[in-house]
Design a protein around this ligand. Structure first.
Ligand SMILES: Cc1cc2nc3c(=O)[nH]c(=O)nc-3n(C[C@H](O)[C@H](O)[C@H](O)COP(=O)(O)O)c2cc1C
Length: 219
């Protein structure tokens, strides 16, 4: 029992000290560490055990640059509709916020593949009620995306455990299709997130936390 309590305490410590890191030292992340992060990711639970994920770790600076420029171009083209309304400060800070991943020594791209359904009888009954695959996934709280979230969180904790920092980034998904193209990934595999990983170049400030009783109760 005592041992269990100890290991729970150290896990809570790991989980509660993990923070998003957006600036990295120019220090390499060895492949053995990257493989460790991926092992943690693929150990996550997934709806119907679909393991509906694919990961690509990118160290090639040219490919990272290409993704960076593509994301920036996409963001700029969307903002064009705002004309002169936007300040240069806003535009340049937006540019930075969507592309800081490019300064990390390694960037992990996460894709979602098609998830399975366990119970084909129930699924065909739902289809009889007019639901398509997307509608059914919606009923079940999009467990494909939830599964990806579980995998990414496992990965973030493994990264933190090894003394690295990372940031789970979804904003670059604005250029998801273009990222698929750059990486040669078929469009059936949906780009979800990009995660820059490296040695943190700063210590993050404390973040505001909701009080436990705002988000939790026991009945
Ligand atoms: C699904 C998801 C998407 C996120 N996307 C971005 C992003 O595009 N850019 C970014 O800078 N941070 C992103 N974050 C990081 C959050 O801003 C961060 O987790 C939150 O502010 C809490 O800070 P912490 O991670 O240090 O605890 C994302 C986090 C999650 C869970």
């Amino acid at each position: 029992m005592m041992q269990e309590e100890d290991s729970m305490k150290s896990f809570l410590d790991l989980a509660s000290t993990r923070r998003s890191i957006r600036k990295f030292e120019e220090i390499d992340v060895p492949e053995s560490d990257i493989e460790y992060f991926i092992h943690a990711a693929v150990s996550a639970p997934s709806g119907c055990n679909s393991q509906c994920w694919k990961f690509i770790a990118i160290k090639d600076r040219n490919i990272i640059k290409q993704i960076e420029l593509t994301v920036i171009k996409k963001i700029e083209s969307i903002l064009e509709i705002k004309g002169d309304e936007l300040s240069q400060d806003y535009i340049s800070s937006k540019r930075k916020m969507v592309s800081f991943f490019a300064n990390a020594p390694v960037v992990i791209a996460v894709f979602m593949t098609k998830a399975d359904f366990y119970d084909s009888i129930f699924i065909s009954a739902l289809k009889g009620h007019g639901y398509d695959d997307e509608g059914i996934m919606n009923i079940f709280a999009n467990y494909d995306i939830l599964s990806i979230g579980a995998a990414i969180q496992n990965m973030l904790l493994a990264i933190h455990e090894k003394g690295y920092g990372a940031c789970w980034m979804n904003e670059p998904a604005i250029a998801g299709k273009e990222i698929n193209e750059i990486l040669g990934v078929p469009l059936e595999q949906k780009f979800i997130s990009i995660i820059p990983v490296g040695v943190p170049a700063y210590t993050p400030k404390n973040k505001r936390m909701k009080k436990i009783d705002e988000v939790f109760r026991i009945l």
